[in-house]
Design a protein around this ligand. Sequence first.
Ligand code: SF4
Length: 403
Amino acid sequence: MELLAPAGNYYKMLAAIKFGADAVYFSGKQYGLRASAGNFSMDEMEQALKYLHSEGKKGYVTVNIFPTTEELEGIEKYLKDVDKLNPDGLIISDPGIFHIAKESNLKTPLSISTQANTTNVSAVNFWAAQGADRVIMAREIFKEDLINICKKAKCEVEVFVHGAICISMSGRCLISSYMNGKDANHGECTQPCRWNYHLVENTRRDRIFEIEEDERGTYLYNSKDLSMIEKIGELYDMGIASAKVEGRMKSMMYLSIVTSVYRAAIDRAKEMGLDYVAEKRWIDLLAAISNRGYITGFYDGKADDEAINEDNALLNNSASFLATVESSTDDEITILARAKFSVGDSIDIFSPELKESKIKIDALVNVDGNLEDNTRPNYRYKIKTDKKIEDGSLLLKFKELSE
Ligand code: SF4
């Protein structure tokens, strides 16, 4: 079972691989959902795929919008251009794009996106018969169904294991289009399901009724996030080909922590199979990053009102992202600061393979060689330390874990 992580841009791709992903998925500048992620130019895609293959890793390219007929213009050339870069898969939602891909005789394997809402074994095998190599299941599937699908599927099966989920059917949603013209099916979702709402009676539209659950409003549609960390042994045992993490627009901290936790979990599942048990430390780490509360979606039965975070649209977040370690020598690290911290602070270091340690900041030296008392975001500093700290590690502050 591969660990498939999101890569919103080139730097996030490097971090995902560093923190243990087997593969990443990303979009070109056209035809992929997540319009606000940095996404990859053709040159970046070429460079990324060369890098991934040199490391023995895989890269999947999303082409998963639902286009109008007009928007199909140019898609055949785009697919052929991407095909020449040797990606390990194209992730497609729309049957029209899939048809064009098949007619174009691409050598790249084709995956059916979760956006295509494949919910049963017949639908999986329909896609397999059309020439799909893998189907990324809709998220609304019960465990028993998934076991059955894995047994009978005539192609690979991929599932999401972590990240935000939609209250609509795996993203086929028009709320954002309706509210402000930003189409979720073209990657522009503005997440109005997380906004706060009031009640208006049809003939008294000037009267707004509060339906408060807290002082900020109510969150009728605010789904909790998916976390399958306790189910990874079962997913491994049933033969899932790929365990996917959501979040091409999420932070470097989210990406690094989630990737390294699921790396450890999949490695444990390979050893233990159905005897797999998630470590408390992994669960604590996932709880420390931004989340809306976790659920297992439909896996353990139909999602009910417990699946909605009605109390608070704000994200839990007990870890703060302070800096990335860009390079290191035996006695010094160079960091790119992301937030303010100060001389005298004790900081958590989060390295690949879930290694955690601490350093005390005795001095901060800026690029001109001058001492400073505090960091400023997006500035580089040198910090003396006798600890061996890997390049790419993160400097974090875990409020609850470390205090
Ligand atoms: S508005 Fe909410 S439910 Fe709809 S696509 Fe966006 S995130 Fe999903």
